[in-house]
Design a protein around this ligand. Structure first.
Ligand code: ATP
Length: 262
């Protein structure tokens, strides 16, 4: 696919404090990505290898992408991001070439994270037809991962909403052998996501974020972030000169996001 040629490594601008909740997950990621890069001697002394591939799984809109980006920002790593479906090309051989190119770019930009979003598109359980483009892509990905040398400082992070359909071959040791679940936010997480979403908003005195958080059952982080944006927009729509967002705007925003989710 031609878009791969223009692929560039960047350093994202997402910080840990931009992600609400999930404190344990943040810590786990720091330990398995940042520590081995920062303290390679300690890992050598103790005789353990850093995980090369990390799989983040969980429902959509719950910060898998944010986590991968924050890891790159905070650990000062370059970041290359690809969505599984983007890789497919109808021309035989192009998909494999694209994957080789991604890893080549990552090596020259190292230390670097390669983030494969929607990896399930590429790595779902192989069907009968093992010449499918998904299959060939998967084989090439596994070859590249097997070929990563520890000193190359290339870390592969993949994300999926569908752990159940992933081909077991990619979960084997030496490949994506660290699996981290990123679930729906808990109550504390929800409140933090609301606080982040309202960070730059002048809030009226009647706004009770704890009460709003309690009314977001089955909301993902993305849904909660949307409630904040929607409340802000409703306030402006009511009065273009408004200087604050009120509880009634949040009430209405909650309803509209709930309806949209149905
Ligand atoms: P998908 O599976 O759909 O790719 P994802 O798990 O990768 O989703 P993100 O792209 O990280 O989800 O999150 C989408 C948006 O939702 C973010 O840009 C952010 O606005 C908001 N969001 C989700 N979770 C959080 C969180 N824990 N803290 C703050 N914002 C969040």
């Amino acid at each position: 696919p031609s878009n791969i040629k223009d692929l560039i490594a960047t350093v994202p601008q997402v910080y840990w404090e931009d992600i609400g909740g999930n404190a344990k997950i943040k810590k786990q990621l720091i330990e398995c990505v940042e520590w081995p890069l920062k303290y390679p001697e300690s890992f050598k002394r103790i005789g353990i290898k850093a995980p090369q591939g990390i799989l983040l799984y969980g429902p959509p809109g719950c910060s898998k992408t944010l986590m991968a980006k924050a890891l790159a920002t905070e650990s000062k790593l370059n970041f290359i991001s690809i969505k599984g479906p983007e890789l497919f090309s109808k021309y035989v051989g192009d998909t494999e070439k694209a994957i080789r190119e991604i890893f080549r770019k990552a090596r020259i930009s190292s230390p670097c994270i390669i983030f494969f979003d929607e990896i399930d598109a590429m790595a779902s359980a192989r069907g009968d037809d093992d010449t499918s483009v998904g299959d060939r892509a998967l084989c090439q990905l596994l070859t590249e991962m097997d070929g990563i040398e520890e000193k190359s400082q290339v870390i592969v992070i993949a994300a999926t909403n569908r752990l159940d359909i992933l081909d077991k071959a990619i979960l084997r040791p030496g490949r994506f052998d660290r699996h981290i679940e990123i679930p729906f936010p808990d109550d504390e997480g929800k409140l933090e996501i609301l606080e982040i979403g309202c960070r730059d908003m002048p809030l009226a005195e009647d706004v009770d974020l704890t009460a709003i958080a309690k009314r977001t059952t089955f909301f993902s982080g993305a849904d909660i972030a949307l409630v904040c944006r929607e409340a802000g927009l409703l306030a402006i729509r009511e009065d273009i000169e408004t200087k604050e967002v009120k509880m009634c705007h949040f009430e209405e925003a909650l309803q509209s996001v709930k309806t949209r989710k149905r």
